[in-house]
Design a protein around this ligand. Sequence first.
Ligand code: AP5
Ligand code: MG
Ligand code: ZN
Length: 216
Amino acid sequence: MNLILLGPPGAGKGTQAELIIERYNIPHISTGDIFRAAVKEGAPLGLKAKEYLDSGQLVPDEIVNGIVKERLQQADCGNGFLLDGFPRTIPQADALERCLAELNRKITAVINIEVDFEVLMTRLTGRRVCRNCGALYHIQNKVEKVPGVCDHCGGEIYQREDDFPETVEKRLQVYRNQTEPLIKYYQNKDLLFSFNGEEPILVVFQKICEVLEGKF
Ligand code: AP5
Ligand code: MG
Ligand code: ZN
């Protein structure tokens, strides 16, 4: 199963990804997580990416495309993969198509999660993340058991630097201009399945599974 998760910042891509990869046993490829890990390690990629991440802008296509291409060739992608946050521009989608053609693979489905922009603001400014394992929390609707401590690994819970209100606005604007056109792009290829991301997390997941398992 070769899947893409599409949706604005805060739609719940990472949240659904946690559930999907466990159920279907495929690797989660989040370009945002790759960049954040590189920033944390002080790797060269991190130095290049940091200013884009912090200001809510997209990292240039050439950089992202190369990373994803390399990642898709790794052995654990043999049974499929779940792309989260990529592609994010039409040129990235075209690059992905070329890359998959070389690997003799095809996209199975594009899961598009839709959420109203006002709801996104609340979700992102209230989001908290485990610094160690990346598990996702929210100060209102997904609270950790012990304050500040991850339920899964005991790691420290923090707020992403790009989740402050000014940067969130910028990210939503970037989504509108550069990423939203991908909805039509994948609709035209008959690959797009849209979900109401304002429903509870497990309801959204259930509906995604029904589509993926062909139950409609
Ligand atoms: P990235 O990490 O991809 O961030 P994003 O797309 O902005 O999306 P988010 O991770 O913010 O949101 P999400 O949809 O995963 O929501 P989540 O599940 O966490 O990218 C970050 C940056 O990296 C970019 O700005 C860019 O600079 C760079 N980058 C990455 N990819 C790139 C690319 N391809 N090209 C160029 N640059 C790139 O959920 C959010 C919150 O809501 C959580 O607190 C969660 O608990 C809660 N929640 C989730 N679902 C529900 C629900 N159903 N009901 C109630 N609450 C919910
Ligand atoms: Mg995410
Ligand atoms: Zn953790």
